[in-house]
Design a protein around this ligand. Structure first.
Ligand SMILES: NC(=O)c1ccc[n+]([C@@H]2O[C@H](COP(=O)([O-])OP(=O)(O)OC[C@H]3O[C@@H](n4cnc5c(N)ncnc54)[C@H](O)[C@@H]3O)[C@@H](O)[C@H]2O)c1
Length: 265
């Protein structure tokens, strides 16, 4: 029997929002597979700490500070990846913000908050794809993985900017697939449920809320590491049948109605 690896050895991956949560887990998982990783984050301290973690685990990684809401910084990120590692094979568009108190029900959301949420969560994905796709195509293609959310499929209500941005990520992913396919690039999105990351601090701080969210997933709360396993799968050739897919990897969150949390029966 011939043993097979996942084929990520030596590939070059950019992970945005790689300093924390799902992005950090993704960067680590890709590095474990032998990929050379460009960790990108707006938070320099977190990003540098992530690179140190990857290096301590035997991985190869560099940090590039990027605000994905700024198109010129996304261009510089892609250039930095090529300058450092010579190519780009995997792009995990993962940076995102969720602001439960500032984002909310549309009449109560300031246009400035709306603009920033859309700029980071949706335009950031567009900018990175815009600059990365021609570069990936030059070396025969690759894999783009966009972090959407269960909110792209099942909004909770009351986080209108976030839900809209993630719906946009899902649809951009589908719309990009045919054009990317002609360039040898697959593009998919992942929609996790509620993952144990700093983004959900507010949920974890309340035992009642946490228990409710736990019950809302068919098999309990998710870890960032298990989401990263899906990223590795999508980055690898094992997922070659998938492009334009928006995958609900959410422990069943969107598979059934959430009575306690949605306030219904
Ligand atoms: N945690 C969840 O339950 C969950 C569920 C579904 C989807 N998501 C999505 O997963 C992604 C990662 O979320 P997480 O839970 O790991 O959150 P997190 O807050 O732990 O990590 C997000 C990272 O993105 C970085 N970031 C924020 N704004 C940025 C910007 N403008 N440019 C570059 N980096 C920026 C932050 O500094 C942080 O390191 C987000 O897109 C989020 O919307 C999270």
């Amino acid at each position: 029997m011939e043993r097979r690896s996942r084929g990520l050895e030596g590939k070059v991956a950019v992970v945005t929002g790689g300093g924390s949560g799902i992005g950090l887990a993704s960067a680590r998982a890709l590095a474990v597979e032998g990929a050379r990783v460009v960790v990108s984050d707006i938070d320099e301290e977190r990003g540098r700490a992530a690179v140190d973690t990857l290096a301590a685990e035997g991985g190869e990684a560099v940090f590039v500070r990027t605000d994905v809401a700024d198109s010129s910084q996304c261009e510089q990120l892609v250039e930095a990846a090529v300058e450092r590692f010579g190519r780009l094979d995997v792009l995990h568009n993962n940076a995102g913000v969720a602001w439960p108190f500032r984002d909310g029900f549309t009449p109560e959301v300031s246009p400035q908050v709306w603009d920033r949420v859309i700029a980071v969560n949706l335009s950031g994905v567009f900018y990175c794809c815009h600059f990365a796709i021609p570069v990936m195509a030059r070396t025969g293609g690759g894999s783009i993985i966009n972090t959407a959310s269960s909110m792209a499929h099942l909004p909770l209500g009351g986080l209108d900017g976030y839900a809209a941005s993630k719906g946009g990520v899902a649809q951009l992913t589908r719309s990009l697939a045919p054009g990317c396919g002609r360039l040898g690039i697959r593009v998919n999105a992942i929609s996790p449920g509620y993952v144990d990351t700093p983004m959900n601090e507010m949920i974890w701080a309340s035992p009642a809320l946490k228990a409710g969210f736990e019950r809302g997933h068919a098999t309990g709360l998710q870890t960032p590491e298990e989401v990263a396993d899906v990223v590795v799968f999508l980055a690898s050739d094992a997922s070659r049948s998938l492009t334009g897919a928006v995958i609900t990897c959410d422990r069943g969150w969107t598979a059934f109605k959430q009575p306690e949390i949605l306030g219904g029966g």
